[in-house]
Write a protein that binds this ligand. Structure first.
Ligand SMILES: Cc1cc2nc3c(=O)[nH]c(=O)nc-3n(C[C@H](O)[C@H](O)[C@H](O)COP(=O)(O)OP(=O)(O)OC[C@H]3O[C@@H](n4cnc5c(N)ncnc54)[C@H](O)[C@@H]3O)c2cc1C
Length: 392
């Protein structure tokens, strides 16, 4: 006989696990949760391949608010997600993001800074003299200003965050299953459960889909088009002989990013827009580093002219081609079918806020803390893009 759960979550990486934890921890929830993951090794999950950095330097209020909550959550994770004496440690390093701008970029940087500050983000604007004092290893000839996250921005162990959510969720009674969901079952305007690859079914009061780049294929048979496609993003590491104290998560005006990773540095960039097809493999694009990223970095940080390359890997963004923002909440016409998808490269830091929001929606019927309505699927139906200008 098919099993019944109050909530079934499809996808057990950071977003599925955060939703599972937040629902199980919700004081108003007394039901059962099943968290389904097709690959419990998470080899291809974005959550395991991420640059795992967090910033408040966004251009949309909802993204800023989510990351302000995200950093608060990450700072307290040892207490919040402890299981008995086992306190998760995610190596949070609040090294700050530094967005550099040429003269052309100053109006946007300034406008974003005003918005970020008004919402409580600790971002400071530096002129070139101040930048040179604080970051003497940067070449700044073409730079007119920089915005630096003095606190609240940095990087952490993303895989550790995912596992901490999973461990805590299990300790609160969430059942985990290693299985592939092949179909979302529905009846008129309700989701009723899921079908697994072996043909078995499980029924649910609420179904949440957090299946990363696998989400669009699950929704297609329901007639719900999702403007989300997989896009390959590569990460390269390297060692540099010189010590560069206080090196931030540097965002070059070209879009190339670079930050410390232990004793090494980690960097990446989106490829050219006309060379960014649907991602099908996880092969590293070494030419991207040789021909684009390294020359840009070596010009910006002369010490990077002499480096030793380390490990490199590729992951897939669940890229929202409509407006580069997450799609979170109910999927009309199904009142009990919820989604967390389309994170476009900034989803790891949003997992605490999105999981909490989905728990509120599932248990209380509405958002009670951060209003995630701006991220709703309705904006796609109504052709109202919520453009995020700061995509890295
Ligand atoms: C290279 C790279 C760098 C990034 N850098 C950052 C960063 O610096 N900061 C940041 O905040 N974000 C970053 N991101 C984005 C972030 O990692 C993702 O937004 C986030 O991890 C998405 O989590 P998720 O749980 O939604 O999806 P995923 O981690 O992709 O997990 C989806 C899970 O669903 C499972 N699944 C899929 N289909 C099914 C099915 N049918 N049945 C059962 N299970 C299924 C998959 O196996 C997978 O484990 C980066 C991503 C990449 C790829």
């Amino acid at each position: 006989m098919a099993r019944h759960h109050d909530v079934i979550i499809v996808g057990g990486a950071v977003h599925g696990a955060s939703a599972a934890y937040h629902i199980a921890a919700h004081p108003g929830f007394t039901g059962s949760v099943l968290l389904v993951e097709k690959d419990p090794t998470f080899q291809q999950a974005a959550s395991a391949l991420s640059a795992a950095s967090i910033r408040q330097q966004f251009s949309s209020p909802v993204n800023i608010d989510m990351s302000l909550y995200g950093i608060e959550f990450l700072r307290a994770i040892g207490d919040t997600l402890a299981v008995g004496d086992d306190r998760p440690f995610i190596s949070l390093n609040e090294g700050g993001y530094l967005f550099l701008a040429t003269t052309a970029g100053v109006p946007t940087l300034t406008e974003n800074h005003i918005l970020q500050s008004s919402r409580g983000a600790d971002v400071v604007l530096f002129n070139p003299t101040e930048l040179a004092e604080r970051f003497p290893y940067l070449a700044l000839d073409d730079i007119a200003a920089g915005a630096f996250g003095a606190t609240g921005e940095g990087w952490f162990d993303g895989y550790g965050l995912m596992q901490a959510f999973r461990g805590k969720a299990r300790s609160l009674g969430v059942e985990t299953a290693g299985a592939t969901v092949t179909e979302i079952l529905t009846e008129s305007s309700r989701a009723t459960g899921v079908r697994f690859a072996d043909g078995e079914t499980a029924f649910a009061g609420t179904v949440i889909i957090a299946a990363g780049t696998g989400t669009s294929a699950l929704l297609q048979p329901l007639g719900i088009p999702l403007p989300v496609e997989a896009r390959k993003r590569c990460i390269f590491t390297f060692a540099c002989r010189d010590k560069l104290p206080g090196f931030p998560m540097l965002i070059d005006p070209s879009g190339v990013y670079c930050r410390p990773e232990g004793e090494l540095f980690l960097c990446g960039s989106a490829p050219e827009a006309d060379n960014d097809p649907l991602a099908e493999d996880f092969d590293v694009d070494h030419a991207l580093f040789e021909e684009m990223i390294w020359p840009i970095l070596a010009a910006r940080v002369p010490a990077f002219e002499a480096i030793r390359q380390g490990r490199a890997w590729a992951g897939h963004y669940d890229m929202n081609l409509f407006d580069h923002n997450a799609i979170v909440g109910r999927l009309p016409p199904y009142g009990n079918l919820l989604i967390a998808n389309g994170f476009s490269g900034h989803g790891l830091q949003q997992a605490p806020a999105v999981g909490r929001g989905l728990a509120e929606l599932a248990v209380d019927g509405a958002y009670l803390t951060i209003d995630l309505t701006p991220l709703g699927y309705e904006r796609i139906l109504e052709n109202r893009p919520l453009i995020e200008k700061n995509i890295v």
